[in-house]
Design a protein around this ligand. Structure first.
Ligand code: G6P
Length: 372
């Protein structure tokens, strides 16, 4: 009913709008006044966390994309090697697991069979499993050694939005916590990140307030067959997520690529007026990556692409090459997905609506897939 949807036409719109609160709720009580992480729920002894020599993240769909982003944060802040694998691929290749492996299973529903089977396999091999989950008492957290709950609240729309943002928050907290337990050397950076996390809900809100041009753009592209997405670093999984959303909701051919791979193949796809969304990394600090992506935008535009550029406020270098420019607030590099994903959700939702698709219940998909 309309009341259940809080006045929105679709649950997805309501859930997109709830993201600032979902993010804030997931942070609540987990950072103390001095900026230290207090993750009491992570009931895995510090000694085990200190000795972990490998982290393996398993998940499906959108949760897998959260895992891909988490890898950048985990390896940077903890220096523990981290692999991310689709749960459906994981156990069938006889993965190398042991008592010093920490497995992180990410799942909104906590019932995804592929993820559950992968975590059972990991525990049988002696690995410790930590679940990142949005559903209290569901199967995946019950079968894990510990759980860090995301507090997105119930997510009804099949395409995951607020759960994804809270999965990112939980993974950042976990990465920072592991760094804290293991005595990471990134003290100043971690304090800056913790401060920024505390403000990020407001930044997401600001992005939401500026989405009308993105909706208009989406409507104008409703007749297109293909949209490509490019990103680098943490922007690469964001590109994959943007493409997945478009497949799920708009039933369009959409693909995400690492921008550096363009020249190794995907650039052959560029043709006149093809919409290409580019997620641009922060211009500061990571200037090498930034310069490279600016030249990628130039390259595709020279070949006729219609460039839709998602870039931080104050990033002027991209302006001459952007047919459409979507501004996001400046954040520390690793946190950018919390703001850059939001326009892609809005874009997919509006495009799907413009094509007459049922946004909350896309064809052929289920919210929770309980078969392998
Ligand atoms: C289904 C949903 C996706 C979701 C995936 C993983 O395929 O349609 O939106 O990302 O399952 O779900 P989970 O509940 O494990 O996060």
């Amino acid at each position: 009913s309309a009341a259940e949807k809080g006045g929105y036409d679709y649950f997805m719109l309501k859930e997109i709008a709830e993201q600032p609160k979902a993010v804030a709720d997931t942070l609540l009580g987990r950072i103390d006044g001095s900026g230290r992480l207090t993750l009491d729920e992570v009931r895995i002894p510090d000694a085990v966390l200190r000795e972990a020599d490998k982290i393996v993240i398993i998940a499906c769909g959108t949760a897998f994309h959260a895992g891909l982003i988490a890898k950048y944060a985990i390896e940077h802040w903890t220096r523990i090697p981290c692999e991310v694998e689709l749960a459906s691929e994981f156990r069938y290749r006889d993965p190398i697991l042991g008592q010093r492996t920490l497995v992180i299973a990410i799942s909104q529903s906590g019932e995804t069979m592929d993820t559950l089977m992968a975590l059972r396999h990991a525990r049988e091999q002696g690995a410790k499993v930590l679940a990142v989950c949005n559903t209290n008492g569901s199967t995946i957290p019950r079968e894990s050694d510990a759980v860090l709950y995301t507090h997105a609240g119930p997510e009804v729309a099949v395409a995951s939005t607020k759960a994804f943002l809270t999965q990112l928050v939980a993974c950042y907290l976990l990465a920072l916590y592991l760094g804290q337990v293991r005595g990471t050397k990134w003290g100043d950076e971690i304090h800056a990140v913790v401060r920024e996390l505390a403000r990020i809900g407001d930044e997401v809100e600001r992005v939401l307030e500026t989405m009308e041009p993105v909706r208009a753009l989406a409507r104008s592209l409703a007749h297109k067959d293909t949209v490509l997405f490019l990103g680098r670093h943490v922007g690469y999984p964001v590109a994959l997520e943007g493409a997945l959303k478009l497949k799920e909701l708009a039933y369009m051919h959409a693909e995400g690529f690492a921008a550096g791979e363009l020249k190794h193949g995907p650039i052959a796809l560029i043709e006149e007026d093809l919409p290409v969304v580019v997620v641009v990394p922060s211009p500061k600090g990571r200037s090498v990556l930034h310069d490279k992506i600016v030249s990628n935008i130039q390259e595709i535009r020279a070949r006729g692409a219609r460039t839709i550029v998602i870039a931080e406020e104050g990033d002027e270098a991209v302006v001459p090459y952007a047919d459409h420019l979507v501004r996001i607030p400046a954040t520390p590099t690793l946190l950018q997905p919390l703001v850059s994903t939001v326009p892609l959700q809005v874009f997919a939702c509006e495009l799907a609506t413009a094509r007459g698709n049922e946004v909350d219940q896309p064809r052929n998909l289920a919210k929770s897939v309980t078969v392998e």
